[in-house]
Ligand binder design. Structure first.
Ligand code: CO8
Length: 258
């Protein structure tokens, strides 16, 4: 499928999706989020793809939802369209691992989009923020919920109430991003992490996603039971037999997703 606002490249089991609205700092409009949802769904269904990298430009991962598109909308239009509700749901339903590779601005919906991914690798130029308050609104695709879970109430309140930006060092210290790398190496690092993930059993990767994400939705005892049953269920797979046999035979496992 031909896209206008994103660029998709599949190589060595890794799909790299680049947001591509340079004139608007990759602001998220309906077209871009529609195309992104379609590309992610495609990658999720594509047998060749085992991990996905989502990235932007050197200046911006995404500077937020498109203010120009939103500015004239009424409550009724927003509500009837369930503005961005469907797209956000589609993005978070992807079952394969998704890494956000963030350089430059990740603001508002851009920060929220990065947080919908499984983990964030940040360039040392990255700037995260939830500046919606400056526009007289609040975050709308997860900022108040996900940022609070990632960095805690105090820092989340600070970010949402003041609208200030957080640099990459603070984002790593606070647990928002998993690692910070030099800007020039961002894509290489993210793709190399994705390639490493792509070597694992896809069954196990998907199970990891389900279990970690479950920790945000349930109690500790229910989450522990869910994880234990998932662990037990892996013993119905060839990949478990292969992974453990390979360890004992001191060789690299050849996973076949069975
Ligand atoms: N929307 C639309 N256009 C944008 C956006 C945006 N979010 N951000 C930047 N642009 C455009 C600018 O208008 C400008 O276009 P033009 O040249 O036509 O005027 C171009 O991108 C370049 O931007 P700047 O000239 O402003 O670049 P600077 O380097 O001077 O500044 C900033 C960069 C600091 C990132 C600045 O552009 C900025 O503050 N942008 C807005 C950031 C923001 O407020 N983001 C939050 C938006 S609201 C949101 O994300 C809500 C999400 C929830 C949706 C919920 C649905 C349910």
């Amino acid at each position: 499928m031909a896209y206008e606002t994103i660029v998709v490249d599949v190589e060595d089991h890794v799909a790299t999706i680049r947001l591509n609205r340079p004139d608007a700092l990759n602001a998220l409009n309906s077209q871009l989020l529609g195309e992104l949802s379609a590309a992610l769904t495609d990658a999720d269904r594509n047998d060749k793809v085992r991990c996905i990298v989502l990235t932007g430009s050197a200046k911006a991962f995404a500077a937020g939802a498109d203010i120009k598109e939103m500015s004239e909308k009424s409550f009724v239009e927003m509500f009837l369209q369930d503005f961005f509700g469907h797209e956000a749901m589609t993005i978070t339903r992807v079952r394969k691992p998704v890494i956000a590779a963030v350089a430059g601005y990740a603001l508002g919906g851009g920060c929220e989009l990065a947080m919908m991914c499984d983990f964030i690798i940040a360039a040392d130029t990255a700037k995260f923020g939830q500046p919606e308050i400056n526009l007289g609104v609040v975050a709308g695709i997860g900022g108040t919920q996900r940022l609070t879970r990632f960095v805690g109430k105090s820092k989340s309140m600070d970010m949402h109430l003041t609208g200030r930006f957080m640099d990459a060092e603070e984002a790593e210290r606070s647990g928002l991003v998993s690692r910070v790398v030099p800007a020039k190496k961002l894509l290489e690092e993210a793709q190399s992490a994705a390639a490493k993930i792509a070597e694992k059993s896809l069954l196990a990767s998907m199970a990891v996603k389900e279990a970690v994400n479950r920790s945000y939705e349930t109690t500790l005892s229910e989450g522990l039971l869910f994880e234990r049953r998932l662990f037990h269920s892996m013993f119905a797979t060839d990949d478990q037999s292969e992974g453990m046999a390979a360890f004992m035979e001191k060789r690299t496992a050849q996973f076949r997703d069975r």
